[in-house]
Write a protein that binds this ligand. Sequence first.
Ligand SMILES: Cc1cc2nc3c(=O)[nH]c(=O)nc-3n(C[C@H](O)[C@H](O)[C@H](O)COP(=O)(O)OP(=O)(O)OC[C@H]3O[C@@H](n4cnc5c(N)ncnc54)[C@H](O)[C@@H]3O)c2cc1C
Length: 484
Amino acid sequence: MARALVLGAGISGHTCAAFLRKWLGKSDEVTVVSPLPTYNWIPSNIWVGVGLIKREQVLFPLAPVYENKQIIFKQAKALSIHPEGTSENPAPFVEIEWTLPSRKSEREFVYYDFLVNATGPKLKFEATEGLGPGKNSYSVCTADHASETAQAFLHLVEQMKKGERKRFIVGTGHGSCTCEGAAFEYVVNLEFELRARGVRDKAEIVYLSNEYELGDFGMDGIFIRRSGYITPSKIFTESLFAERGISWITRAHVAQVEKNRLHYETLEGEQRDQDFDFAMLLPPFSGVGLKAFDRQGNELTADVFAPSGFMKVDADYTPKPYLEWRARDWPRFYVNPKYSNIFATGIAFAPPHPVSRPHIGRNGTPIFAAPPRTGMPSAMIGKAVAHSIADIVHGSPEPTHTACMAEIGAACVASAGANPFTGTAASMTVFPIVPDFEKYPQYGRDLNYTSGEIGLAGHWIKIILHHMFLYKAHLRPGWSLIPE
Ligand SMILES: Cc1cc2nc3c(=O)[nH]c(=O)nc-3n(C[C@H](O)[C@H](O)[C@H](O)COP(=O)(O)OP(=O)(O)OC[C@H]3O[C@@H](n4cnc5c(N)ncnc54)[C@H](O)[C@@H]3O)c2cc1C
């Protein structure tokens, strides 16, 4: 009997656990440890954040789904990993602390043969003074954040209907943020909703970002071949914003957010202020803070995790100048180099280097987008790791399946207005996600599989994806046939 333990029930961990259950034998055990009782289809938080759908429409309880599939679910958070067990018992285990109200704060050791760390990001609002829910800005990173954001947004809409003018700022709340795609999607949805609610003329909308150019998205931008021209994503994004009357500030690191004013620093080292009535600013990410210990109880955290708190896997982490980084530095099997039975998937693995060109401001502040950590690769990595673990259990000496971000593509449909008749979406594909300049010397990517379109059809695809991925996450009949 093999015991597979998955930490985290997000896009990556949930996919991994579901496929482990499918591919492992009946006598093998699959356990998921995750602190929240619900699954959140995070991409649709954008629509919750502008008040179009309710938080309940992007959440569902995990326990019944796992019970139905014979996956053991422990509603708890992982605290520490003990890959060598203890001096009395060499069996590896994870110490967890229950969050289920009936067992709150109870601690337990969960033993494993294979461990998958899919704990996603810690939302590091504290990196910027005054940033985040409960302080001076809003977020759409969780369903609860998005719900609160919608309330504030709708409240302002009411004031605008009475004739008041308002300034909205959307973007990244720190120079080292990732996930610019989510901020981009939120700003265009917000603009659309203000128009739909008849108050667009009362609003000034500003997009504020750590990207060097608009359309960088942490991927150093992309090039798209359209109508015989090669268009950089900078032009694609700038024209989209210009058409919608959204102004932008790039190369910015937000240093402080006050009640209605934020302070930011530019790459040139200038300190600037911006007043606002509403700010939705993403936080930077780090690992969730798991610790690791050897059998004597000595801390191993620095061996297993990168300084960012993300877990080290089979990537080349040797520090190198930007121009010496290679596509092959990116991990393929997501296995920890020290412990071959520990994997890290989705956002939880440590990227070997940024994809966007690093820029350090005049004052020494790094201001550039961190590597993209999107849902499609997170799910693909979760599935590949489940495949590898199942193959090892069935006799393979090593992991068998890869999902290297320098070898796989991703598709992203960013809704730009959610209405079945007048809405639009920006549909983008990119191959590979991490550019490979050895294989594709000119652009780093294969332009036959890298595309960008905007139109109503994309919005319909976005609606279909919302329902299809929630169906899949419920593990309803045929779920495994739906692609990641
Ligand atoms: C607003 C928004 C919109 C987005 N839109 C898109 C999109 O349109 N397309 C796209 O491809 N991507 C999108 N993304 C990115 C996508 O959501 C992420 O890439 C994806 O959720 C990452 O999956 P994950 O499983 O690694 O992490 P998560 O989905 O964050 O899951 C992490 C899990 O780990 C759990 N956890 C945390 N700490 C612990 C602990 N100590 N022990 C155990 N479990 C723990 C969490 O509760 C959670 O269940 C968006 C992101 C945001 C914020």
